[in-house]
Design a protein around this ligand. Structure first.
Ligand code: FES
Length: 327
């Protein structure tokens, strides 16, 4: 059985078999759909069904029941059950084409016991990317590791925040011993997580752990901009010692329009005077009505799932929730 899939905005069409994903069918027909992980974990391939029905062999992690009920689907997992008309999220953003580059370690030091601050030097004027995007480090055995850029594009230097995995071949063994000048090959820029300037809504940014990195790059790109909407940043960490960017973030207060920073700790000691618990709970506690906000989520899949569910319950529109999910 095969069905016709029509893309509303572009008029492009392709044929999808009942046993292949919409993404596989689109790629076979050379129709581009945004995607990253291809296993239902990141949400990048989210589309909206204008008409028709899809099914899943297994309901994907990066889709909430609320999203499915509103007609959203994940193209990498959804299989057509009828002819479909879909819309693909549009943004004014144009993303540079990814390419492979030789990079060298410019600086490497520790933010905390388990978070490394890595600065790479890139040749020929550096890397053109949109704040929010990420790179893949290509390892000699063909594997890759992904890290979001944590700074705005500048002359040849790019910052990353790398969580060390104890015993991990790359983050612990290689990076743990790397010195300035060490060479590595990267593929970048990748991903579609980015600021949607066209939304014109107050921003709520929610990060856990090193999910702060792409959020930092986005917010740095908004510093001193007169048309920046009000921003509230929630950052979930375990302890006070984990808040490695606290001073730098506090320094944005005079440079972002109406900036509010809310660190939320899940394992703070008795001396902590600030917010406690899960970061998504703090957002929900602070807002009865999120129907006029744009929300950016960056962190572990479980946080993003829970946050989407909870914030949709506060009226947040799924059209204005943008997520970057990573493990
Ligand atoms: Fe489909 Fe990641 S590409 S969820």
């Amino acid at each position: 059985m095969a069905y016709r899939v029509h893309i509303l905005q572009t008029g492009a069409a392709f044929v999808a078999g009942a046993d292949e994903s919409l993404l596989e069918a689109a790629e076979r027909a050379a129709v581009k759909l945004p995607h990253e992980c291809t296993f239902g974990g990141c949400g990048t391939c989210r589309i909206k069904l204008e008409s028709g029905a899809v099914r899943y062999d297994e309901f994907p992690m990066a889709l909430t029941p609320e999203e499915a009920a509103e007609g959203y689907a994940l193209a990498c997992q959804a299989r057509a059950e009828s002819d479909l008309c879909i819309s693909v999220p549009s943004s004014r953003q144009v993303f540079p084409e990814p390419r492979q580059l030789a990079a060298t370690v410019h600086r490497i030091d520790a933010y905390t016991d388990d978070i490394i601050h890595l600065t790479l030097a890139l040749p020929d004027g550096g890397l053109d990317y949109v704040p929010g995007q990420y790179m893949n480090v290509l390892l000699p055995d063909g594997e890759t590791r992904s890290f979001s850029m944590a700074s705005v594009p500048s002359d040849g230097l790019v910052d990353f925040h790398v969580r060390r995995i104890p015993g991990g071949r790359y983050t612990d063994l290689w990076l743990g011993q790397a010195q300035p000048g060490a060479a590595l090959t990267i593929e970048a820029p990748l991903g579609v997580f980015s600021y949607h300037e066209e939304d014109w809504r107050p921003l709520i940014m929610v990060a856990t752990g090193t999910g702060i990195a792409p959020i930092k790059a986005i917010l740095e790109s908004l510093l001193d901009k007169e048309d920046c909407p009000p921003v509230t940043l929630y950052w979930g960490m375990r302890t006070q010692a984990d808040l490695y960017l606290q001073d730098e973030i506090a320094g944005w207060a005079g440079r972002l329009y109406e900036f509010n920073f809310v660190p939320v700790l899940s394992r703070a000691d008795a001396s902590w005077q600030g917010r406690r618990g899960h970061v998504q709970d703090a957002v929900a506690q602070d807002h009865d009505d999120l129907s006029e906000h744009a929300i950016y989520l960056c962190g572990a899949p479980a946080m993003i799932q829970d946050a989407k569910h909870m914030l949709a319950g506060r009226g947040a529109s799924l059209d204005y929730i943008y997520a970057d999910s990573f493990t």
